[in-house]
Design a protein around this ligand. Structure first.
Ligand code: GAP
Length: 451
């Protein structure tokens, strides 16, 4: 069996087709021609994203004593965005072509010619605010203007005091949130990489002033290790450290975790040491003291923060790109064929195990397979499949990235002697090898493989 990553120039096209075919990602409102910058996640994509969120929440929140969660609103008091600086400074430079009226980010100009002929003729760059606006309440005027949050982070800062006062946490401690964010990107691009609606997983880790460098280092290492734990290989990941001259005036460090996508090395997550800028701004704009009192040292201070901020959709795209392989294999009759396979880490795979009856027109086989399927349902994300032949079912599950397939056959029914009764074949996605195991062994075996 020869194995290679799918060839580079067409890898994204093949991946986009597979994602649609296997229910990972659909263009939003496709029946109306799609909607630029918006994507829907199908059955496999919804499970994939859920597994990413769960891996993050388990590792960053549940398994730590020093982080608690928050689930805040998408629309907040507009003063939140004045305090954070988003209403005045969350801009991208935009230019228009005077001939074709196309619009682009000034730092991402198209390489194509103007459809009106010749080169594009650009206007001067002007600033475009990326926040989506809406109105709260029945009167549409300046007073009811509000925004869809462009990041989840500010909702955490705005609730800092409530979380501090209601939880048992002491600095250093973190508040984590997963949720939707919205940015009216001028040029959404690279499939779901830059979208207008996406999801963030953000942690604000509050620390004592002066400990910024050590906590920043700690979180960079922890986050890099997390990406490896969900199956992204170390050699496809890298760190980009911002030079001091590129940092905001209040930040002391910023490192991006990068992934080598087929369209270039791009950011998955930013980890910034932001000083106490955000809490101080909210203190100034709200008039509420954002201080922490250390009852051991009797010190009072506005905590500093280290912020690891990741995007669920970008991580999903990195996992999809990384998992996608094309391999030349022999079919049952020895004929060479190319199989597409998504080699997700089992922890991340949308479906963990698929169950098939060998033939769907034999009621005894179907009844036994159904019994096995229902026995697995409470334990794993499991799928039933009785369409086509076994070879086709394997190919389907390979493209969905299902790590294991269980087939119930005549041996299971004891028709070929009692020795094989109540055994099934367990087929491994990556090696394509099949082993015979007892039905009672399936749950402990898969549980141990998933651990
Ligand atoms: N609170 C800090 C913050 O929002 P950011 O670098 O603007 O920082 C953090 O965003 C992460 O959110 C990015 O690393 C990326 O994973 C994700 N993200 C940002 N804009 C995105 C977009 N338009 N589409 C998809 N993901 C995006």
């Amino acid at each position: 069996m020869s194995q290679k990553p799918a060839s580079e120039p067409s890898k994204m096209e093949k991946l986009v087709a597979l994602c649609k075919r296997r229910g990972f990602i659909f263009p939003s409102s496709e029946i109306y021609g799609g909607f630029n910058g918006f994507w829907d996640f199908g059955p496999a994509g919804a499970e994939l994203k859920r597994n990413i969120r769960e891996a993050w929440w388990n590792d960053v929140v549940r398994r730590r004593a020093d982080v608690v969660g928050l689930d805040g609103t998408i629309i907040t008091h507009p003063r939140v965005w004045e305090a954070s600086g988003h209403t005045t400074a969350f801009h991208d430079p935009m230019v228009d072509c005077k001939k074709c009226k196309g619009r682009w980010r000034a730092d991402q100009l198209p390489e194509t010619k103007c459809p009106e002929g010749g080169s594009h003729e650009y206007t001067e760059a002007r600033q475009f605010n990326l926040m989506f606006q809406t109105h709260a309440g029945p009167v549409i005027d300046e007073a009811s203007l509000c925004y869809l949050r462009p990041e989840t982070a500010q909702v955490i800062f705005a609730q800092f005091l409530n979380v501090l006062n209601s939880s048992r946490q002491k600095v250093p401690f973190g508040i984590a949130q997963i949720g939707k964010a919205f940015r009216n990107e001028i040029n959404p691009r690279n499939y779901i990489f830059r979208s207008r609606e996406f999801e963030q997983m953000e942690l604000e880790f509050f620390i004592k002033p002066g400990t910024d460098a050590e906590w920043h280092r700690y979180w960079v290492e922890a986050r890099l290790a997390w990406y490896e734990s969900i199956g992204l290989p170390r050699d496809a990941l890298s760190l980009h450290e911002y030079p001091k001259s590129d940092l905001a005036h209040y930040a002391s460090a910023c490192v991006d975790v990068m992934y080598a996508f087929p369209f270039g090395v791009q950011e998955l997550e930013g980890i910034a040491a932001r000083g106490n800028f955000d809490l101080s701004q909210h203190q100034k704009f709200s008039g509420k003291k954002m201080e922490y009192f250390d009852d051991e040292t009797k010190e009072r201070y506005v905590p500093h923060v280290v912020e690891p901020s990741a995007g669920v959709d970008r991580i999903a795209l990195a996992l999809l790109c990384d998992a996608f392989m094309e391999e030349e294999v022999a079919d049952e009759k020895g004929k060479r064929e190319v199989r597409s396979v998504m080699r997700f880490a089992p922890r991340i795979a949308p479906v963990k195990v698929a169950v098939f009856p060998l033939l769907r027109n034999k009621p005894a086989l179907v009844a036994k397979a159904r019994e096995v399927f229902e026995g697995l349902l409470p334990h794993f994300a499991v799928e039933w499949d009785d369409r086509g032949n076994i070879g086709k079912r394997y190919r389907y599950q390979d493209e969905q990235g299902t790590p294991w397939c269980v087939t119930v056959d005549f041996d299971t029914l004891g028709e070929n002697g009692p020795a094989l009764a109540d055994t099934v074949t367990l087929r491994d996605r990556d090696t394509m090898r099949q082993e015979r195991i007892l039905i009672s062994e399936i749950i402990p075996l898969l549980a141990s493989k998933l651990r």
